[in-house]
Design a protein around this ligand. Structure first.
Ligand SMILES: [Zn+2]
Length: 272
């Protein structure tokens, strides 16, 4: 009898659900690959499943769901008293079951399972999405208020602005000279000067424009902060200066500058 050689709809359905044991799966697969009748039946079963699955997000079954489902199928088939057997499972050691209770029963169970799983997923996915957007909002607000605070600090009139440098590299010494040649008036303000050794001092020089010898213009020592100054030293009037220089000399002062020149500055050519 031909029917006896085909796979039962129940088993095809279980096969489509991948709910059979590996050996059963293999047996059904082997038969279906060579049987048009069962292939058509399987396609119908898979179509039914696809219809169920189309309405919801495809999800892997939750842990244990497949086992519970198979148990349910088995108990249903045992309870099925009527043996309306149209097809006998081949090479599958399972009691034949009623088409009506089996097929429709498992289909309903499968539908319930898939929908329940999908609903559960939907809810948890919605919750997750909600939490995600909530935390994103919080992060946005945090960064927004941070940017605000940064802007407030940067633009506050009371904000102090400090340039930091490596402590090993002291700022370079600088000097500023104001010179009024006609009156022989000279003022030097220097800063960031290194301390002088004992018995030594800095000495300021006027370098005349006419190429004559540098004129000593006062000795000075920096204070603890490295600042030093020369104010109105006794120098000749009317000397046009080409440049000014500072050297390290004996504390009493020298008649001629000693190299090296520690600070030097040329007079800017002006329209005078
Ligand atoms: Zn067949």
């Amino acid at each position: 009898m031909m029917d006896a050689q085909h796979i039962s709809p129940d088993d095809l359905a279980l096969y489509a659900l991948q709910a059979l044991s590996p050996e059963e799966m293999a047996a059904v697969r082997a038969h279906v690959s060579g049987c048009d009748v069962c292939r058509a039946e399987l396609a119908r079963a898979e179509g039914d499943l696809a219809m169920l699955a189309l309405s919801v997000d495809q999800q892997p079954l939750p842990a244990g769901a497949r086992e519970r489902f198979v148990q349910r199928i088995k108990s249903e088939s045992k309870a099925g008293a009527v043996e309306n057997r149209r097809a006998e499972p081949i090479a599958i050691d399972r009691a034949p079951r009623s088409r009506s209770t089996g097929w429709i029963g498992w289909l309903a169970a499968a539908a319930a399972l898939i929908v329940a799983a999908a609903l559960g997923f939907e809810v948890s996915s919605l919750k997750a999405r909600l939490q995600e957007s909530e935390s994103r909002m919080a992060a946005l607000q945090t960064s927004e208020s941070r940017e605000k605070q940064v802007a407030e600090v940067l633009t506050a009139p009371a904000a102090q602005k400090v340039v930091l440098t490596a402590p090993k590299t002291p700022p370079a010494p600088t000097g500023r000279v104001v010179y009024l040649a006609a009156r022989g008036g000279l003022i030097l303000q220097a800063s960031n000067l290194a301390p002088v050794p004992a018995g030594k001092a800095y000495e300021l020089w006027v370098i005349p424009a006419d190429g004559s010898a540098p004129i000593p213009a006062g000795v000075f020592k920096p204070d603890l902060a490295g600042n030093g100054s020369v104010v109105l030293p006794e120098i000749p009037q009317g000397v046009q200066a080409k440049a000014f220089g500072v050297t390290l000399e004996d504390a009493a002062g020298s008649k001629t500058p000693t190299a090296p020149i520690l600070l030097a500055g040329a007079v800017q050519a002006s329209g005078e």
